[in-house]
Write a protein that binds this ligand. Structure first.
Ligand code: CTP
Length: 454
């Protein structure tokens, strides 16, 4: 009996898939089809798979060609499967020509001609249309963001807006985009959704304006600095049936999602404390980060990351918060330590732009602890540690490029009504972060923060 194996995502099952499976089956007597998991697809850089794993398996099954369906979820699995199932032929479409030569050591490799004019990517784009994305602001983060857009299917960076036209022009040319403007009406005419990467204080006005123009919004963190503004913005988006999402990249990173579910799965017992730090020494104190009129300071600049971890792990119902800040002569915090008290747990976070400290994430539990070293906010790895060190376990994750592609992928998936990402960062999480930012800023101006002038 000749055994054949082939693999794919089989998303939005199409004629190309059908013809490939038909010919794969004809190569032998028994066909095994490996269908990829969502996590593995993300790992491979396919961020917008539309059908669930069960649906994709069902579609393969319905062809009647597969004698056995297996799930592919990790690198190196093909070699394992070929040996495990005694496979004679590995086959795949000609778009992969030359990519699987290494399997020739284990079995015969056959590249079948790919069916022309059809692909899942094409269907995804056709089904949902391409989202034209307008970029508001052309500073440092926008510069890192635009190149990441092309890794997500179904979206195109279209236009850059900045009231300072010259800055918009430079970014547009750098990325070979189509248009730049200092006129918001032009921006809205050329976009279906906007990404807001302007200074903190301008976010609220841009968000409301964009939503009122019928645009979906992805806005840099901190979304806004007042709870009421966050509530109003999400309420308006809901009323207009538009997506509003905070661009807090950590929330959408595959490793971070796994970290949260692992910590909450009972492995380390009951979670008692979360410690999270993020410090980044910035030498140039003339930058926006240090300007009081721009709501500068380490807490507004970096606090979103540790607050996300705390809220995801301990929830939004804290009882009290206390802050200690080291400030410059303008009253801008260079380092802030916050303690957040819950009924049955505690969180301590630290942020720094002018003071350096260890920036890791430690989650202490009654059975052990989870630790993710700096830069934990990219979450390339974390470790579970126990009293019995031989039981310790380490986990590694892929974090591609600047990692902004994950939040872009989640944003586009939500626009297209694909629910899979909605649990990652909820409106309530963004509202809770805005509330804490507001409390900190109020406490600072009312002298309720323990303040040390550096
Ligand atoms: N395939 C094919 N002809 C097509 C599309 C896909 O023969 N027009 C083959 C691929 O070469 C692969 C299998 O079908 O062997 C599963 O491919 P998959 O990656 O799931 O499909 P694509 O349509 O290529 O998906 P995407 O656009 O997401 O890359």
């Amino acid at each position: 009996m000749v055994k054949v194996i082939t693999y794919g995502s089989y998303d939005l099952f199409h004629e190309g898939h059908y013809r490939l499976l038909q010919r794969a089956k004809a190569l032998g007597d028994y066909l095994i089809v490996g269908v990829t998991t969502e996590q593995y697809d993300e790992y491979r850089g396919k961020l917008n798979v539309a059908d669930s794993l069960m649906e994709r398996i069902e579609h393969v099954k319905q062809t009647g060609f597969a004698d056995q369906i297996i799930i592919e979820d990790h690198v190196g699995q093909k070699v394992e499967d070929i040996q495990k199932y005694n496979v004679d032929i590995f086959t795949v479409g000609s778009d992969w020509l030359g990519k699987f030569e290494y399997l020739k050591e284990y079995c015969k490799v056959v590249y079948l001609e790919r069916t022309k004019g059809i692909s899942s990517t094409m269907l995804r784009n056709g089904n949902f249309g391409i989202v034209r994305l307008g970029i508001i602001g052309s500073g440092r983060i926008a510069r890192r963001f635009i190149p990441e857009v092309k890794y997500v299917s179904g979206v195109n960076a279209e236009i850059v807006y900045n009231p300072h036209l010259e800055s918009a022009r430079k970014l547009t040319e750098l990325n070979q985009l189509n248009i730049y403007t200092d006129d918001r009406e032009v921006l809205f005419r050329h976009s279906d959704a906007v990404y807001i990467a302007s200074p903190h204080n301008t976010h609220y006005e841009y968000i409301m304006d964009a939503i009122n123009h019928g645009k979906h919004v992805l806005c840099e963190k901190p979304l806004v600095l007042k709870k009421r503004e966050a509530e109003e913005a999400f309420a308006l988006a809901k009323e207009k049936k538009l997506i509003l999402m905070e661009a807090l990249k950590t929330a959408y990173a595959p490793g971070f999602i796994k970290l949260i579910s692992t910590a909450k799965s009972g492995n380390i017992g009951k979670i008692c404390e979360v410690e999270a730090g993020f410090t980044k020494l910035v030498q140039d104190h003339n930058l926006r980060e240090f300007l009081p009129q721009e709501s500068g300071g380490s807490f507004t600049e970096l606090g979103s990351y540790p607050l996300l971890a705390v809220i995801k792990l301990l929830g939004r119902n804290y009882r009290d918060i206390s802050f200690t800040s080291f400030c410059d002569k303008n009253g801008v915090d260079l380092y802030t330590k916050a303690c957040i008290y819950y009924d049955r747990s505690i969180a301590s976070i630290k942020t720094g732009l002018g003071v350096k400290s260890e920036g890791n994430l430690v989650i202490a539990g009654t059975n052990g602890y989870l630790i993710a070293d700096s830069p934990w906010w990219l979450t390339k790895k974390f470790k579970l540690c126990y009293e019995d060190r031989s039981a310790n376990e380490e986990f590694f994750f892929k974090y591609q490029g600047e990692g902004l592609r994950y939040e872009i992928g989640a944003f586009i998936a939500q626009i297209n009504g694909l629910k899979k990402h909605t649990s990652v960062m909820k409106a309530e999480d963004s509202i809770a972060i805005a509330e804490i930012m507001e409390k900190y800023r109020n406490d600072l101006s009312n002298n309720l923060v323990r303040r040390i002038v550096l």
